[in-house]
Design a binder for this molecule. Structure first.
Ligand SMILES: [Fe+2]
Ligand SMILES: [Fe+2]
Length: 257
């Protein structure tokens, strides 16, 4: 079972690069499952139905998300009906959408779970650790392989979560910071892990955004509307191969497109 994960896809440049890159990487690695985080896929903020369909059309199996999932209001019209679009499971009860999906690939039941950290993020979320415990207790008999997108800001929270869930999950990867970390590893109890996959988005930029406005904010503190940067795209991804539930290979991918 080969899994290919892309982090946050930023705007049109990110989508275009992803579309062009996918046939090449498919030929090289023949992934059975392709995931990406789509919270910034429409104009850098949120996701629209059109963009969701575009990502699905490229062959992305499941689109995870995070805090920016609600930025395009139309998401409320379709998130309930699109099973392959996830929002963090630890939003309070009653929030639309779902936090996990179970798919079958090569006779293996694969669960993809989306969670979000709370450190430097929304205080309105349920505790991701206890949310995981509850989820795991309830659903562990329904899947063979468990993959978690932990959308979070703090590296400490992501690492603590990964070690807390080591052995109960097969892969935990971080998203949200748009910056890849170089710590891909297999944890002591067998879970493949990386703190952040990094974005598929224009670079140089400030996490995918043109630098003018962020620099202005840092200089003067006056809020500005961000624009997706132009130019080359940095494609960050993670490839993990499992054999009999065990991690056979984990490798980071970084390319400029
Ligand atoms: Fe993001
Ligand atoms: Fe985010």
């Amino acid at each position: 079972m080969k899994v290919l994960v892309f982090g946050d896809v930023v705007g049109r440049p990110g989508r275009r690069a992803l579309k062009e890159f996918l046939p090449k990487v498919r030929e090289e690695l023949s992934p059975d499952l392709i995931l990406c985080n789509g919270e910034n896929s429409a104009g850098g903020f949120g996701i629209t139905l059109k963009v969701y369909e575009e990502l699905k059309g490229m062959g992305i199996d499941v689109i995870t998300s995070g805090n920016h999932i609600w930025d395009k209001r139309e998401v409320f019209n379709f998130i309930e009906s699109k099973r392959h679009l996830l929002r963090p499971l630890n939003y309070p009860e009653g929030v639309p959408g779902r936090g996990f999906i179970i798919l079958e690939r090569k006779g293996i039941r694969v669960c993809i779970l989306n969670l979000m950290g709370r450190v430097f993020m929304s205080p309105h979320l349920e505790n991701p650790f206890t949310t995981f415990d509850k989820f795991y207790q309830e659903y562990k008999r329904e899947f063979d392989l468990l993959i978690v997108d932990f959308h979070g800001e703090a590296t400490s929270e992501k690492l603590a979560f990964a070690l807390y869930c080591d052995g109960r999950t097969n892969l935990i990867y971080g998203s949200h910071t748009h910056i890849p970390t170089a710590d891909e590893t297999i944890l002591p109890k067998g879970t493949a892990y990386v703190t952040d996959v990094g974005m598929v988005g224009p670079f140089p930029s400030v996490i995918g955004m043109r630098e003018r406005e962020p620099v202005e904010i840092f200089l003067r503190g006056i809020p500005k509307r961000f624009e997706v940067a132009k130019g080359k795209v940095m494609i960050n991804a993670l490839f993990v191969e499992f054999e009999g539930g065990k991690v056979k290979e984990i490798k980071r991918i970084k390319e400029f497109w």
